[in-house]
Write a protein that binds this ligand. Structure first.
Ligand code: ADP
Ligand code: MG
Length: 696
């Protein structure tokens, strides 16, 4: 595919080719990312103004925007400077006034000559009992009045842009739009009764009523689908390319797995078993695995990961698991090493702290194949880390891992299978958007015997009470996390909120009872603090959100979160997931600083009502929108201009299966529909996809 199809040239030309757009307007538009007629085209109107002609203003409820034909009466210039210039007009039954400020009289005499007929459109209001229209939107001779659309589309404006300019520009962008061959599955088009692309564009910019600008209108829905389909096509192309790279077939013997399982004090849940099988199936085939393991907090992803790593070892190779923090890497080491040892598997850790001779020794062992499984932080993917035979790479708890980073990772592995595990459940539509190139396993079941966490929302004004409860709980042998927000991230203050709280709690609860862990601490101190808490030496662990993901201390049964109202829902859910892991009843106290705003209150209530991570994330999506939820910048999550992920989640799933099906029968996009789909990719500026097909 050599270049952009000619049919799209006009849409990718300069903005100045549009009516009413000069260099200045073009500059204004460019500032908001609108650079071509194509960009103008995809800024759909969000409302309509009813400008259907009426005979009279008589009987209309004011204020109201209306359009009526009048005879122009007398002009009344302002009596003093800065006053209003008034023009009396009369329709078939009633009189009203047109009002202008800072207007030039000679100009008004010209456009509104006394005695002439004019079609006037604008917002009519009552002032002091007199019906007035201030600065009408339109004042045209009846012969020209057909230029006023019956339903005028309303566009989002950036500063320096008027509705009139936006309307004109959009109308001429529509005029530049070509007819394009259909790229959507014809069955889908027929089922939804969607218009073809050009008709959809025309209809969206020419609404015939309020329904036509709604996201459920056939035109909007079709154009939204185009966006989603283009995105899914990109992901499907990436997936296809990944799969074309010959993978390594890793067939496990089951020997190590069964040895480990027989040593476990519990049985895997059905969901875990299913996921383990799905992964083993992928690994056994010689297409490379690219799978996502999604599961709520505490659903037991680690065991699934370990079983997958054992398959790699059983097949005679190595596996690596990367965690986002040292604490987690350390925890994987401690949790998994005993299991590994019993099965005769060598498991090591590599983090940024490994230096010098130690590190060299580990790297050598790795290269020789003496280490079977490596856990660690980003350090495991440094350029000088070489494996003897890497068969599986796992990325744990990386909800900020974008498509591009994943591709880089799998390039490192040369054919190695890839498993990504998400810490946070995300709604299906987002999972499809962000991980649409992957296959997905879901742990939708928690290990049995988990007790619900009692969640309470309390004001910081009651902190004394909270502390005295804490004292009692400690006396009963319970342990508690106390989470403080980073109040000011930028300020390198000596005392973070956590340090301050640590000192105060220590003063009340006594020396040696309270531990502290936060991100800026030297790694060794962090470890020591975690260890002391894990082993029950300290009873209270004051922490920043470094304990957010993955940390597992079953004896901890109380979670206090200060200023819970400033945390995100997903984060709070993660934090709460740190308790409720043991025998004891667990409590989560969400402390807020009054007054609590509407949004804050709603968020905390959701948490009180449910522990279902998927439900919580759906609410989060509704309240915050997709970009915010994942953090668009880091995630590589595309910005959709028309599609609404919150409301059109279903469409995304259809788009994915349609995209995969199309590539299934037309891998190189060479059929008529395939070629049409290429045009779509150009139209949607899917550079990445375009590169993938040009190379492939
Ligand atoms: P997450 O999915 O949040 O990473 P973990 O893998 O840390 O969850 O597991 C949470 C806890 O549940 C661990 O203590 C683990 O040993 C335990 N666990 C995992 N699977 C099971 C199971 N099938 N039955 C009982 N406990 C389990
Ligand atoms: Mg985990």
């Amino acid at each position: 595919m050599s270049g952009r199809p000619e049919s799209l040239f006009p849409l990718f030309s300069r903005l100045e080719t549009l009516d009413g757009v000069g260099p200045k307007t073009a500059q204004v538009l460019a500032q908001s990312g609108v650079e071509t007629p194509r960009d103008v085209l995809f800024g759909l109107p969000y409302a309509v103004i009813d400008r259907r002609r009426r005979d009279t203003i008589q009987g209309v409820d004011l204020p109201s925007t209306l359009t009526v034909e009048v005879t122009v009466g007398i002009h009344r210039p302002p009596r003093n400077k800065g006053g209003a210039y008034r023009v009396h007009v009369e329709d078939s039954q009633a009189e009203f006034q047109l009002v202008f400020f800072h207007a030039r009289g000679d100009y008004l005499q010209k456009v509104l000559p006394q005695g002439a007929r004019r079609v006037i459109s604008g917002k009519l209001e009552l002032f002091d009992g007199i019906a007035q229209m201030v600065h009408p939107d339109h004042m045209l001779p009846p012969a020209d009045a057909k230029d006023i659309p019956e339903f005028e589309p309303v566009y989002h404006l950036t500063q320096g842009l008027t509705q009139k300019t936006a309307f004109k520009a959009a109308r001429s962008a529509v005029a530049l739009s070509p007819e394009l061959t259909e790229w959507i599955d014809p069955a889908q088009v027929a089922k939804e009764n969607w218009p073809d692309w050009l008709s959809a564009i025309q209809a969206a910019h020419n609404p015939q009523g309020a329904d036509d600008v709604a996201s459920f209108s056939p035109a909007h829905e079709r154009l939204a689908y185009d966006e989603l389909f283009a995105h899914q096509l990109t992901l499907a192309l990436a997936r296809q390319r990944e799969r074309r790279v010959k993978g390594i077939a890793s067939a496990g013997t089951g020997k190590l797995q069964s040895r480990v399982l027989s040593n476990l004090p519990y049985k895997p849940t059905n969901a875990q078993q299913r996921a383990i099988q799905e992964i083993a199936g992928d690994m056994a085939s010689d297409t490379r695995m690219n799978r996502l393991l999604q599961g709520d907090v505490g659903s037991g992803k680690t065991l699934v990961a370990f079983m997958a790593l054992l398959v790699a070892v059983e097949a005679g190779g190595q596996g690596v698991m990367m965690a986002p923090t040292e604490i987690l890497a350390q925890q994987h080491l401690e949790g998994l090493r005993p299991l590994a040892e019993e099965a005769g598997v060598v498991l090591e850790i590599l983090t940024g702290r490994d230096k010098g001779a130690d590190r060299r020794a580990k790297l050598l062992a790795l290269q020789r194949g003496d280490i079977h499984i490596l856990v660690g932080t980003h350090a495991v993917f440094q350029s000088d880390v070489a494996f003897q035979e890497l068969r599986l790479a796992i990325v744990d708890e990386q909800h900020r891992f974008g498509v591009r980073q994943r591709m880089e990772l799998s390039e490192k592995g040369r054919g190695a299978d890839v498993l990504v595990m998400t810490a946070t459940p995300i709604p299906r539509s987002l999972a499809l958007t962000q991980y649409g190139d992957m296959d997905v396993s879901v742990l939708d079941e928690k290990p049995p015997g988990r007790k619900p966490v009692k969640t309470a929302v309390v004001s910081t004004e009651r902190i004394q009470e909270v502390v005295s409860h804490l004292q009692k709980a400690i006396a009963e042998g319970r342990q508690c996390y106390w989470v403080c927000p980073l109040v000011d991230e930028s300020e390198v203050s000596d005392l973070t909120a956590a340090e301050e709280r640590f000192k105060r709690l220590r003063a009340i609860l006594g020396d040696g009872v309270v531990g502290l862990v936060h991100g800026q601490m030297p790694p060794a101190d962090k470890d020591a603090a975690m260890k002391a808490f894990q082993q029950g030496q300290t009873k209270v662990l004051v922490a920043t959100t470094v304990i957010e993901v993955g940390v597992n201390v079953p004896n901890a049964s109380i979670m206090v979160i200060e200023r819970a109202e400033i945390f995100g829902l997903a984060q709070l859910h993660q934090l709460r997931g740190r308790v409720g892991r043991g025998e004891a009843d667990s409590t989560c106290l969400l402390m807020y600083q009054p007054p609590l705003g509407e949004g804050g209150r709603k968020r905390l209530e959701v948490l009180r009502e449910t522990e279902d991570g998927f439900k919580i994330s759906e609410t989060d999506l509704q309240m915050r929108g997709a970009g915010d939820l994942i953090g668009t910048a880091q995630s590589g999550l595309p910005k959709f201009r028309i599609a609404d992920l919150e409301r059109q989640a279903g469409l995304m799933a259809v788009a994915q299966s349609d995209a995969r099906a199309l590539l299934g029968v037309d891998a190189k996009l060479e059929t008529q529909r395939g070629k049409a789909a290429r045009v779509l990719l150009w139209l949607m500026k899917q550079d990445q996809a375009i590169r993938l097909i040009s190379v492939g």
